[in-house]
Design a protein around this ligand. Structure first.
Ligand code: RBF
Length: 360
């Protein structure tokens, strides 16, 4: 069979190249293009499944990563044939590809699971060296690579309804709302999903509440500097911002602290954060990442995962929602705003709010 023959020749070449100077494993690691034939399994080992949960940052403080790790761990707890390793790659993005390469080179993992818009390209590059390795990435859009499957949360949509709520709050008579029709957005860094979906969606939502609303947008420069986020929030409040949103991982804590100290509101993407700052965090979106992760692992385990494709999931598909039945929302948002926002969410769910999802 030709593939086996090629594999055998490659192995022989590698062995010959290394001579007696080093152990075979070291040679294979050095010759990554060749080692693909021997390492990086990616195929189901019998009925068991070994998953590397590759965290592009740190788990703590980053909602999408917390949900990813929890979902995978819960799945493993209910499936004795599934093992999970959670690896935190840290905040140095320049190191992510190299770290992933050495993890995949171990050949230990049938699947690499991650959640980050920038991951598919890294996986494609790593995957070239390990053609059997499979990757499933959420919060990302990438198609046409038979080793990679992606799921894109419709963050334009989540931002649209959180922006609508922020708009209703900034024009309201709520205790911390001022006369300026100004909302704020603090981001850790700029990237296509943020610039093309999250920010435009947030502003478009606010404009549905009042077209005169403006948005003050600031960038921290990393995902961990809460002090910088606090400085930005202070200056934004000085310029009239009374409602904040952020995509900033752990750094968002600095913004929340200033909103608490000086009296402003926060709407939060992806997770239920009401309890961490009651009366300040007054609207929380829900990303059903745990549900999606469990579905992904189920389908990989059953050998039914389809690779090479991408799928957009939002409110109608039941992967995005809003935590409306929570005292953090019902105790602080006035009845009339709850009624308007509830009606808006119902329209989104019914597909009656028209918008075009911009290309990434
Ligand atoms: N989100 C976080 O919550 N924490 C992070 O450390 C983090 N790092 C990111 C790094 C890059 C290069 C990119 C493109 C996005 C990152 N995100 C992070 C954003 C995250 O993947 C997601 O887009 C947002 O959480 C919105 O769903």
């Amino acid at each position: 069979m030709p593939p086996l023959y090629i594999g055998a020749i490659m192995k022989k070449t590698v062995f010959h190249f290394c001579g007696f100077a080093a152990k075979l494993a070291v040679c294979l690691a050095l010759l990554t293009p060749f080692s693909a034939f021997a390492l990086g399994s990616g195929e189901k080992a019998g009925d068991s499944l070994s998953v590397l949960v590759y965290i592009t940052g740190m788990v703590a403080g980053s909602p999408t990563y917390e949900l990813l790790a929890q979902g995978a761990q819960e799945f493993a707890e209910s499936h004795s044939n599934v093992t999970i390793k959670v690896y935190e790659a840290g905040f140095n993005q320049a190191e992510w590809e190299e770290q992933l390469t050495s993890l995949v080179a171990s050949g230990e993992y049938n699947l690499v699971l991650g959640s980050n818009p920038s991951l598919p390209e890294i996986c494609a590059s790593v995957g070239k060296k390990f053609p059997k390795q499979k990757f499933v990435i959420t919060d990302a859009q990438y198609s046409g690579n038979s080793q990679i499957s992606t799921y894109l949360y419709n963050q334009y949509e989540q931002s649209l309804y959180l922006g609508y709520l922020a708009g209703l709050i900034t024009i309201s008579k709520m205790p911390h709302a001022n006369a300026a029709k100004k909302i704020g957005f603090i981001a850790a860094q700029e990237y296509p999903l943020l610039n093309k979906h999250i920010l435009p969606g947030f502003l478009a939502g606010a404009h549905l509440a009042d077209p005169d609303i403006t948005m003050d947008f600031r960038v921290i420069g990393n995902w961990f500097d809460a002090n910088k986020a606090a400085d930005l929030a202070r200056s934004m409040m000085d310029s009239g911002v009374d409602v904040f949103a952020s995509i900033a991982g752990g750094a968002a804590q600095g913004m929340i602290k200033i909103a608490e100290e000086r009296g402003a509101y926060v709407v939060f993407h992806n997770t239920n954060e009401y309890k961490s700052s009651p009366g300040v965090i007054v609207g929380c979106g829900l990303m059903k990442q745990k549900k999606l992760v469990k579905e992904i692992l189920s389908s990989v385990l059953a050998g039914k995962m389809i690779y090479g494709t991408t799928r957009v999931v939002g409110v109608q598909e039941d992967y995005l929602s809003f935590f409306a039945n929570d005292p953090g929302y019902t105790d602080y948002i006035p009845q009339d705003i709850q009624a308007r926002f509830g009606a808006f969410m119902a329209s989104v769910k019914a597909g009656k709010v028209e918008y075009t999802l911009p290309p990434l």
